[in-house]
Write a new protein. Structure first.
Length: 453
C-alpha cells in the first residue's frame, strides 16, 4: 500500500469513529440546556446550600463517599459552562448573567460552609480538606479535560453519566467548603489556597467549553463593536495566563519536593541498613529553605564516624546541601517517640516477636538434639550391670551416635555405634546375640558393632 493510500485509510478510520454528527444534538437544544442551568434562584439555591452542608460534613469526617455524593448534587457546573458558551458564541448578555449567578452561588456556598465549620466541634484539618489547599498544574489539566468532556456531552443526544463524572473529577464543591473552613478557623492560607483551586476549576472548565463550542462551530452572535470583542478576548486570555502561572510554580515545587523525598528514602534505606539497628522513622522536610533528612534509630548505636560517612554520600543521591539529623539510642540521645506512629511500634513489636519465635524454635531444636546425644554419654554406665550378667566376657563398651556419608551420593545415614572390648574370644554367634540385645535395649535397629581385638 502506497503512503497516500495509507494516509487516506487513516483519515477514513478517524472520520468514522470520531465523527460527532452521528449522535449530535440540535445546536439550539444544547444551547438552551446550558442556558437553563445558568440560573440560581429558588430551589436551585436550596439544593446548593444542602449540597454544601453535605460536602462540609464529608470534609469534617474525612469521608470521600459523602464528598462525592455532594458533588453529584451540586448545580455549580451550570453558570460556569454558561460563561464558556457565552464566550464561544459571543453572547455578552449570557456571560454577564452567568458571572452574576456564579458569584451568587459562590457567595452562598462560602457563607454556608463558614457557618457550618464555625459551629462544628470538629475543627481539625483532615486529609480530604488539606488536599484542596495546594492546587497544581494537574488541577488545571483536570478542569480543562473535564470541561471538554462536559461540552461534548451537552452536545450529544446520549449524555449518559458524563456530567456527574465531570462534577466529581473537577471537584467544584469541596474547595468552596475548604475556603469556608479557612474563614471559620481564621486560617487564610487554607482560604486562599482553596479559593484558588475553585477559581482554576471554574476558569478552565469555561475555557474548555469555549474551545469546544468553537471547534463544533456553534452559530455566533456578532458584536456591534469589534473593538469590544477584541477587548473581551484579551481579557479572557489574560485571565487564563494569570490563573495558570501560580499553579505551574506550585507544581514545580511539588515535583521538586517529591524528588527530594524519593531520594531521601532511597538514601536512608541504603545507608542505614544494619543487622542490630532498626530505622524507627524517617522524614524528608523543607524548613526555611533547607532540606532536612531526619532518621530515628533503635538498637545498637551506630558510631559517629559511620554517620559522617553517610553524610558525605548525600551528593551521590542528588541531596547535596541537605542536612542529616540522626537520633538513636537511649537517654539523652533517645529517639523522639512522639514522631513515631502506633502502627510503626506495632510493626516493630510483631517483627521482634517473629524473631523471638524463630530463635526459640532453634533453641528447642538444639536442646532436643543435645539431650538426644547426651543420653549416650550415660547409657553405657546404665546397661553395664546387665552386660556383666548376660555377657561376662565384655570388659568395656562405648556407645555413641555417628553419621555415615556415602561418597558417591553424599547421602547421610545416622547409626548407633557400639565399640566393645572383651576378655575372651567373642564368637560370631555371641556377637550376633549381643548386637540383637543392644538393638532391643537401645530401641534402635541401626547398631553398628565394632569389636576391638
Amino acid at each position: 500500500m502506497s503512503f497516500p493510500k495509507f494516509v487516506d485509510s487513516v483519515k477514513r478510520f478517524l472520520t468514522h469513529y470520531l465523527d460527532m454528527s452521528q449522535d449530535r444534538e440540535e445546536e439550539a437544544a444544547s444551547v438552551e440546556a446550558i442556558r437553563a442551568g445558568v440560573e440560581f434562584k429558588g430551589s436551585t439555591i436550596l439544593i446548593l446550600v444542602f449540597a454544601i452542608f453535605i460536602a462540609s460534613l464529608g470534609l469534617n469526617t474525612n469521608s470521600a463517599a459523602v464528598i462525592i455524593g455532594a458533588m453529584l448534587i451540586s448545580p455549580l457546573m451550570g453558570p460556569i459552562m454558561g460563561i464558556g458558551l457565552g464566550l464561544g458564541i459571543n453572547d455578552y448578555e449570557l456571560i454577564k448573567r452567568s458571572f452574576r449567578n456564579l458569584a451568587v452561588a459562590t457567595l452562598f456556598s462560602v457563607i454556608t460552609s463558614t457557618i457550618y465549620f464555625w459551629v462544628s466541634p470538629l475543627n481539625e484539618a483532615r486529609s480530604e480538606l488539606l488536599a484542596r489547599t495546594s492546587p497544581t498544574i494537574y488541577d488545571v489539566l483536570i478542569a480543562f479535560f473535564g470541561g471538554l468532556a462536559g461540552i461534548v456531552a451537552m452536545s450529544s443526544k446520549q449524555k449518559g453519566n458524563v456530567l456527574p463524572g465531570v462534577a466529581i473529577a473537577t471537584a467544584l464543591m469541596p474547595p468552596l467548603c475548604t475556603a469556608g473552613f479557612g474563614l471559620a478557623t481564621g486560617n487564610f492560607y487554607y482560604f486562599f489556597g482553596a479559593f484558588y483551586l475553585f477559581f482554576i476549576n471554574s476558569v478552565f472548565i469555561a475555557f474548555a467549553t469555549t474551545l469546544g463550542v468553537k471547534l463544533m462551530k456553534y452559530s455566533k452572535k456578532e458584536f456591534v463593536d469589534d473593538e469590544r470583542r477584541k477587548k473581551v478576548e484579551r481579557m479572557v486570555y489574560t485571565i487564563l495566563i494569570l490563573t495558570m502561572a501560580p499553579s505551574i510554580y506550585l507544581t514545580y515545587n511539588m515535583v521538586k519536593e517529591n524528588f527530594f523525598e524519593v531520594a531521601a528514602s532511597r538514601f536512608v534505606s541504603q545507608n542505614f541498613n544494619y543487622a542490630d539497628t532498626q530505622v524507627l522513622s524517617k522524614s524528608a522536610v523543607t524548613e526555611h529553605g533547607k532540606h532536612i533528612i531526619r532518621v530515628s534509630l533503635v538498637g545498637a548505636e551506630i558510631p559517629k564516624d559511620s554517620i559522617a560517612v553517610a553524610q558525605a554520600r548525600l551528593p551521590q543521591y542528588g541531596l547535596g546541601g541537605a542536612i542529616l539529623e540522626v537520633r538513636q539510642g537511649y537517654g539523652q540521645n533517645q529517639a523522639d517517640i512522639s514522631t513515631l506512629s502506633s502502627a510503626m511500634f506495632k510493626d516493630i513489636y510483631l517483627h521482634n516477636q517473629e524473631q523471638i519465635a524463630r530463635q526459640q524454635k532453634t533453641i528447642d531444636s538444639l536442646e532436643n538434639l543435645t539431650s538426644h546425644y547426651q543420653q549416650y554419654d550415660s547409657v553405657g554406665v546404665e546397661i553395664a550391670p546387665e552386660i556383666k550378667v548376660l555377657f561376662p566376657n565384655v570388659t568395656d563398651i562405648a556407645i555413641s551416635k555417628t553419621i555415615f556419608s556415602r561418597i558417591d551420593t553424599e547421602a547421610r545415614d545416622t547409626t548407633t555405634l557400639a565399640v566393645v572390648r572383651h576378655s575372651k574370644v567373642f564368637s560370631l554367634s555371641e556377637q550376633k546375640r549381643f548386637k540383637e540385645w543392644l538393638q532391643a535395649r537401645l530401641g534402635t535397629k541401626k547398631v553398628q558393632l565394632v569389636i576391638e581385638k
